[in-house]
Design a binder for this molecule. Structure first.
Ligand code: ADP
Ligand code: MG
Length: 212
């Protein structure tokens, strides 16, 4: 099945799927956050996306869905990741507002603007061993599909794959933001929890668009 636009229904399915996947991976994400953090990332993500799922509004407006998700994440998740993911979804909402239909070009712009907002909020760049190392390559991959005239289905697959590669690539990195940065060189050799949850969230989108 190929999909040429994203609808409010797709976005609701995305968030529900992400909530399921993050819940299934709660222990794994918390384990990643143990050696280089405070072992709460799985709990934070589960709580946040369950709250987001419960807050999903009805209707045909994708921006309203993304905005409700942002608000739930900001209010329900303590720690660094909640406000940062909230910032991400708020920026998606902002881009979705003007986009009708929400096609591949709008999606590419949304992912680019969302990661730019997270960078600004967290004062972080690519290579600092954070969620940006998954979110940024995902946006780049989506834009590349858009430039090549691809479909939304191809774009979200490419974005998920790039995010997964980006998360894996955080293993040797030196953490330069967040709690992991307190460890200095000892942060090397561990995969970043936030990059990992970001890859899961984008994989959930790809799966929903693919009808899985
Ligand atoms: P906390 O660190 O407050 O316990 P979490 O454990 O839920 O919060 O989230 C940790 C993740 O947040 C990290 O793995 C990293 O990906 C992300 N993160 C932390 N600080 C930043 C930042 N300044 N910019 C981007 N991402 C960050
Ligand atoms: Mg933590």
């Amino acid at each position: 099945m190929t999909q040429s636009v994203l609808t409010a229904d797709t976005l609701r399915d995305w968030i529900r799927k992400a909530a399921d996947v993050l819940s299934e991976n709660r222990a794994y994400l918390t384990d990643l956050d143990s050696p280089i953090g405070d072992a709460d990332h799985g709990n934070n993500m589960q709580r946040g996306f369950n709250a987001a799922s419960a807050a999903l509004p009805p209707g045909e407006d994708p921006a309203a869905v993304a905005k409700a998700v942002a608000m739930a994440l900001i209010s329900k998740v303590g720690g660094a990741a909640g406000p940062l993911y909230g910032t991400y979804f708020l920026a998606l909402a902002k881009r979705f507002e003007g986009a009708a239909p929400l096609d591949i070009d709008a999606l590419a712009s949304a992912l680019e603007e969302a990661v730019a907002a997270v960078k600004k909020r967290g004062k972080a760049e690519t290579g600092m061993k954070t969620m940006i190392d998954a979110l940024d390559p995902a946006a780049v991959a989506c834009r590349m599909e858009a430039t090549q005239g691809g479909t939304v289905s191809l774009a979200v697959q490419a974005a998920a794959k790039a995010a997964e590669a980006g998360a894996s690539a955080t293993v040797p990195m030196l953490a330069q933001r967040g709690r992991a940065s307190y460890l200095g060189d000892r942060s090397k050799g561990h995969q970043d929890p936030g990059a990992t949850s970001s890859a899961m969230i984008l994989r959930a989108l790809a799966d929903v668009v693919a009808g899985r």
